[in-house]
Ligand binder design. Structure first.
Ligand code: FES
Length: 130
């Protein structure tokens, strides 16, 4: 599922962060990521592992590919493997599982009364250049 939040999406403050109501709980499936695109450089992939939601940047740092939502979830390790070349990241810490030089940003996400609320990402300076 792809979601494109705009100013009509409800927001709320929690723990000093702005959260956006991006979808309903039923929209986040167990074996498939949900992509939330705030803008092309600010994409979040939400995953359901066991009974918990996890949210990380959808853009794989290897080739700057916005593909992690289509990656393979390893529920036992709570990781996501990029579908492009297999770089694998912890959904809890964002760290690459075998390299200390790569990570994805982890975002807060929670469910309440059947609604999924995702931390609104701050605009970033894009350092990536082809
Ligand atoms: S683009 Fe993700 S592993 Fe290469």
């Amino acid at each position: 599922m792809d979601i494109f939040p705009n100013d009509d999406f409800p927001t709320r403050l929690r723990d000093g962060k702005t959260f956006v109501h991006v979808c309903q709980s039923d929209d986040v499936l167990r074996r498939k990521g949900t992509r939330v695109e705030f803008d092309p450089e600010l994409q979040i992939a939400i995953f359901r592992v066991a009974d918990s939601l996890h949210a990380v940047s959808n853009i794989c740092p290897h080739n700057h590919a916005p593909m992690l939502h289509e990656g393979e979830i390893n529920a036992a390790d709570c990781t996501i493997a990029c579908p492009m070349h297999g770089w694998t990241y912890s959904l809890q810490t964002g760290k690459h599982t075998s390299s200390s030089h790569s990570h994805v940003v982890v975002y807060d996400v929670f469910e309440e009364d059947g609604a999924v609320w995702c931390e609104k990402p701050e605009p970033i300076e894009v350092a990536w250049k082809w």
